[in-house]
Design a protein around this ligand. Sequence first.
Ligand SMILES: *[C@@H]1O[C@H](CO)[C@@H](O)[C@H](O)[C@H]1NC(C)=O
Length: 231
Amino acid sequence: MAVVRRGCWPWGSILGLLGLVSAAAAAWDLASLRCNFGSFCECDFRPDLPGLECDLAQHLAGQHLAKALVVRSLKAFIQDPAPSKPLVLSLHGWTGTGKSYVSSLLAHYLFQSGLRSPHVHHFSPIIHFPHPSHIEHYKKDLKTWVQGNLTACGRSLFLFDEMDKLPPGLMEVLRPFLGPSWVVYGTNYRKAIFIFIRWLLAFWHYRGTSARCHCALPPTPAAPRAALCAQ
Ligand SMILES: *[C@@H]1O[C@H](CO)[C@@H](O)[C@H](O)[C@H]1NC(C)=O
């Protein structure tokens, strides 16, 4: 307003501002255009990290460190337009936590259509790999699926629930996809997110029947617990 009254337009900054606005509009147009025509597979990827942080804070008691680390690793990874390797998160929870809760929460805050997104792949041992004797078959399938889905869209989320119940050795086939090498089987896989969820048996000493109970953990632990490592 002051500028107008003085009758003098700071043309430089106005031009700069116009430039910024049109660049932003062009970028936005391009993205929305690509999304409108359905040609851009990343349109469903709409991370809402403040939402995730808030939901974790409301629903998971304790574990501030683990929560902060999850959010921090996701933020750093998402803000990097060309990550050098995929994000690998390994979460440990206690049984009794609501096994599907963490998976659906993460999917929900990363992809607009959550677990229903075509780029969210949720693997559960009981559904996908029920027979340990079919391990070789599962290995081939899993490798083909991950590779196929990453070829279709680099921005894919792979969630592996109940890692402790997976046939041993199955995860070996994922190894080439998790590291920092440049290209695997001709696929750009470096924008992918892999989350491994392992459920531990809640364990507490129970001596006698009454006051002598030494509870190492509360009987109904409410929080997916402890360690996760971000690669
Ligand atoms: C993607 O993964 C799913 C399993 O989640 C599989 O059924 C599907 O065939 C895979 N798609 C491709 C293109 O490989």
